[in-house]
Design a protein around this ligand. Structure first.
Ligand code: ZN
Ligand code: ZN
Length: 198
């Protein structure tokens, strides 16, 4: 379902049959209740057809596939053969994470500091002019923050904006209140630029 070459997830579209979208076109993520392993997320996404649809994504596809876990094979130029790629790509990602590089990060407003994160911590996303507003549940403190970032910051692992917009608002945890406050704060357009990275 995740295509590593294009960085897109494939979902069903009632109009076109199939839709291929990047992470930044996701609009909401909700972990489904139940003991499923891996966990499954219900995703709402902005389809190229103009409508929003729902689809399901596993936890692995959400967090690990963009790091190469789903890669089937790569062309080894030394041998001229297709070889399995996932192990090498994941090892490379692990090395970079070990060296302090973060595949994804955000600025936690309640804690006043940047934090590493995975896409499964994203709760809501919305287009905000040329950028993307994203509500993230902090894996550290459990608080929810809204950052305004570039599409690339969301879509491309290990690409982190130097500065992100931070909404100075403590969001309530319940989903309905979050949706309303998220939209209202993004529409107000007042974000403080904060520096990511240590
Ligand atoms: Zn569609
Ligand atoms: Zn936090």
């Amino acid at each position: 379902m995740y295509d590593g070459l294009s960085g897109r997830y494939t979902f069903r579209c009632p109009a076109a049959g199939e839709a291929r979208v990047r992470l930044s076109r996701f609009r909401s993520l909700e972990r489904l209740a139940g003991p499923s392993h891996p966990a499954v997320y219900r995703v709402r996404f902005a389809c190229p057809c103009g409508e929003e649809h729902e689809g399901l994504v596993s936890h692995d596809e959400l967090d690990w596939a963009p790091l190469g876990a789903s890669a089937d094979a790569f062309l080894n130029l030394m041998t001229g053969r297709l070889e399995p790629a996932a192990d090498e790509l994941l090892a490379l990602a692990a090395t970079r994470i070990g060296a302090g590089e973060w595949p994804w990060s955000f600025f936690c407003y309640p804690e006043g500091r940047p934090r590493p994160v995975f896409p499964s911590a994203f709760r809501l996303l919305a287009a905000a002019e040329e950028r993307v507003g994203v509500a993230v549940r902090c894996p550290g403190c459990g608080g929810t923050s809204v950052n305004v970032v570039t599409q690339r910051h969301v879509d491309e692992p290990f690409f982190n904006d130097l500065h992100v917009g931070v909404v100075e608002h403590v969001f309530r945890a319940d989903a309905d209140a979050l949706v309303d406050a998220f939209r209202a704060e993004l529409d107000s357009g007042s974000f403080d630029a904060r520096r990511l990275g240590l």
